[in-house]
Design a protein around this ligand. Structure first.
Ligand code: OAD
Length: 244
């Protein structure tokens, strides 16, 4: 283990005034949620074009809903791991200001962090394709599929961003602003290959922020990282916390 990287990361965080965390699926891997890419990733077992595009949904909304409800059912048993607990404490102590996440699992909110920007939406919510009404999946009648809007009886879809869809403009603009204002960005568990989300660490770096990366392997972000911690998120964060 590279204690020097842990110490340097802790020093940057200790001296920061505006710490922002940016995460991808690797942050939730230690809670048992599969990532997207790599040998065990979701995209090695399922084809995104069959399940995670608007075309796929319009072709077979029942199939797509089944897949999302299966993923949601697995989330019920998921607990935020030790790394989430550390970030939640840093947030409550005022050390961590914002989380920007590509994850749709809602685990940061479950951990008690309120300033969370969910770039790709939230799998626990649905939105009506006709009247735009948003509702938690829990509150909807799931006795028959696809899910139907309780307000206008329109077709409801998962409230997530699919391949080929633009991100919500106000969400990405807020994320860019938060990135520009950060002085330390802690990037955890992302391959950094999906845009526009992947611009975020580069924007922070360009505006002078230090970049700390936690990942079990090098990513597209590593070239701009000031500190690279080659550990799992659930191991790295408690260690950095220890040296804070
Ligand atoms: P990926 O699956 O592309 O990358 C996961 C990253 O996490 C990789 O770099 C892994 O090395 C790393 N990793 C895995 N386990 C880890 C652990 N225990 N601790 C730390 N790091 C670990 O996931 P994302 O980068 O999040 O988009 O993918 C970005 C987007 O692509 C997702 O938001 C999703 C997907 O298609 C949409 O759904 C729109």
């Amino acid at each position: 283990m590279d204690i020097d990287s842990i110490r340097r990361a802790a020093k940057y965080i200790r001296e920061s005034e505006n710490l922002v965390v940016f995460t991808g699926a690797g942050m939730s891997a230690d809670s048992g949620i599969p990532t997207f890419r790599g040998a065990d990733g979701l995209w090695s077992r399922y084809r995104p074009e069959d399940l995670a595009t608007l075309d796929a949904f319009l072709r077979d909304p029942v199939l797509v809903w089944r897949w999302y409800l299966w993923r949601i059912s697995k989330l019920k048993f998921v607990k935020p791991h030790k790394g989430y607990k550390v970030l939640s404490r840093w947030y409550k102590e005022g050390i961590l200001k914002y989380v920007i996440t590509q994850n749709v699992d809602g685990l940061f909110i479950k951990s008690g962090i309120k300033e969370v920007i969910e770039l790709h939406g939230n799998i626990l919510r649905a939105k009506c394709m006709s009247c735009r009404y948003r509702a938690s999946i829990d509150s909807l009648d799931k006795s028959s599929l696809p899910l139907i809007c309780p307000r206008c009886y329109g077709l409801m879809r998962p409230d997530v961003v699919w391949f080929g869809e633009p991100l919500d403009e106000s969400v990405i603009e807020t994320a860019y602003r938060v990135a520009r204002d950060s002085d330390v960005m802690l990037v955890i568990g992302t391959s950094g290959v999906v845009y526009p989300a992947a611009y975020i660490p580069f924007i922070a770096k360009e505006e002078g922020a230090k970049i700390i990366e936690v990942n079990i392997e090098e990513s597209a972000i590593t070239s701009i990282s000031d500190v690279f911690i080659g550990l799992k998120a659930a191991e790295a964060l408690p260690l950095v916390d220890k040296y804070l």
